[in-house]
Design a binder for this molecule. Sequence first.
Ligand SMILES: [Zn+2]
Length: 310
Amino acid sequence: MMKKLTITHCPICGSKKLNPVHECKDYFALGDCFMIKECESCGFRFTDEAPSEDEIGIYYKAEDYVSHSDTQKGIVNKLYHFARNMMLRKKGNMVDDIYNYNHKEGSDQKKHILDIGAGTGYFLNEMNERGWLVEGAEKSDDARVFADKHFKIELARSIADYMGTPSNMKKYDIITLWHVLEHLENLNGSLNDIRSLLKDNGNLILALPNCASYDARKYKEYWAAYDVPRHLWHFTPETVSMVASKNGFEVERIAAMPLDAFYISMLSEKYKGNKLPFVAGMLTGMSSLLRVAKDPKQASSIIYVLKKRI
Ligand SMILES: [Zn+2]
């Protein structure tokens, strides 16, 4: 029997009234179905009965991003590299801006960043080239070997490796989780650990899919960013504010990731059985762009900048 993550109380508000909303299929790996439930009192959504952390590995098997990172051959890979480099520059500029906003120009203090779920290390390498001292954690052995080999960045296996005693714990100016928090089994515990690793004037940056987005509401159970059972928690701007405040943070600002809607919509069209997912996905992506221009909370994915509440 597989060990399951049974949730009896809402992790945010503690309510026991948890109602089913969508039955989603794992189109990516094994084809199993999982129920998305919603808390009646606060609206938080989560994947019910997901495999526990020590058994969920088989649902990640199809992911081969290490070899993907390496090759430059072919038009798809060229596009992939172009998009990735553009995203890396965007993320790098954003982190530099957030830091400079909170620190006096010209102070030659060393800047420390911790990236949780660092993957193959591309983002930390970008930050290293921008003058940051970089550290990170990554669960995948292959990804850690890649980061070490290509960038000479030694990643830890998990956040736990950074947790010392309160007196000797190193603190960071910026901690980033790019599409990672939705994968972490211990939601409140992880945020609590992250809080103790962050300097008092530091910022936590979270990128998360938004299940209240235009595309999520359009595709319902076919919405690709439900990504069951890998995504355990399904956030909205409202529930992010609540989970932040529960764990001693507040949301300072948000930024839409407007291009994610294109990729997520194409994938969702494919899951729905559309024979022309590219065309239909592009159209939904365009509709999303128009809505997000007026209201960033409609975006398929959102970047949240959090600060400590002291
Ligand atoms: Zn709740």
